[in-house]
Design a protein around this ligand. Structure first.
Ligand SMILES: [Ca+2]
Ligand SMILES: [Ca+2]
Length: 240
């Protein structure tokens, strides 16, 4: 009986603390997990080559303005999205965004869970990254789709609202991500293109495209993020 009463009291305290947080007194800490849900050698190219899909290190950006990384239908801004999309290197983009107008924080994720050195997430592997945000703030993420020339995953340019009616979002947000073409390098066939990440002789190698940032619409099921990855977000319980 006594145990049961204590549990009820603790629950009541937690919800009070949660309300304080939602009102903006304290930022909420969110843990984001990005998991590669594909299997090794799951895909076959037109020449019969089997290939696996991997995703690169990337950025998690908390922002208040709505288009801090790119604008759909416009050329890449030359702030590092090209290296993120072509070579899987988020470092230049992260540096450009840190302290930029409307940007609250920039985190780089580059080391798979359980690994000791940076690298891509291969089939079954995950990244985890933590961000802090106040109600009204938004989340954008960028990461490269391996086996492409210049394709990256990100939400719509406005980002993902981290709070709904003042309450921190929680759960699966994969459906809010899209696959984008950065418009910086001409596309080759996935998995075998000579200028794609795993095969190019050096970073930033390949035929320049001078196109615009746009959604990839190649009709392939593996180009839908929810068929190849799972992204979940968990807000931390407020500290007691
Ligand atoms: Ca392209
Ligand atoms: Ca390339």
């Amino acid at each position: 009986m006594f145990t049961k009463i204590s549990t009820v009291v603790v629950g009541a305290l937690l919800s009070v603390a949660g309300m304080v947080s939602a009102n903006g007194a304290e930022p909420t800490k969110f843990t984001i997990r990005l998991e590669n849900t594909t299997k090794p050698d799951a895909f076959t190219a037109s020449n019969g080559t089997k290939w696996s899909l991997a995703f690169s290190p990337g950025t998690a950006v908390v922002h208040t303005d709505k288009s801090v990384i790119f604008t759909s239908g416009k050329k890449d801004r030359g702030q590092g999205l090209e290296a993120q999309s072509e070579d899987g290197d988020p470092s230049t983009l992260a540096k450009s965004l840190a302290g930029a107008k409307g940007v609250k924080s920039v985190a780089v994720f580059n080391t798979p869970v359980g690994a000791s050195t940076p690298g891509p997430i291969t089939p079954g592997a995950s990244y985890e990254v933590t961000v802090s945000a106040l109600p009204g703030e938004r989340l954008s993420m960028t990461l490269m789709r391996g086996q492409s020339n210049d394709w990256f995953y990100a939400p719509a340019e406005a980002g993902i609202e981290l709070f709904k009616a003042g309450k921190a979002i929680s759960g699966d947000i994969t459906s809010q991500l899209f696959l984008w073409d950065a418009g910086t390098e001409v596309d080759q066939e996935a998995g075998i293109g000579s200028e794609q990440g795993p095969r190019q002789k050096a970073p930033n190698t390949g035929k320049a495209e001078t196109g615009v940032v746009r959604k990839v619409q190649d009709g392939k099921s593996y180009s839908k993020p929810y068929n190849v990855m799972r992204i979940t977000i968990s807000p931390a319980m407020p500290a007691m």
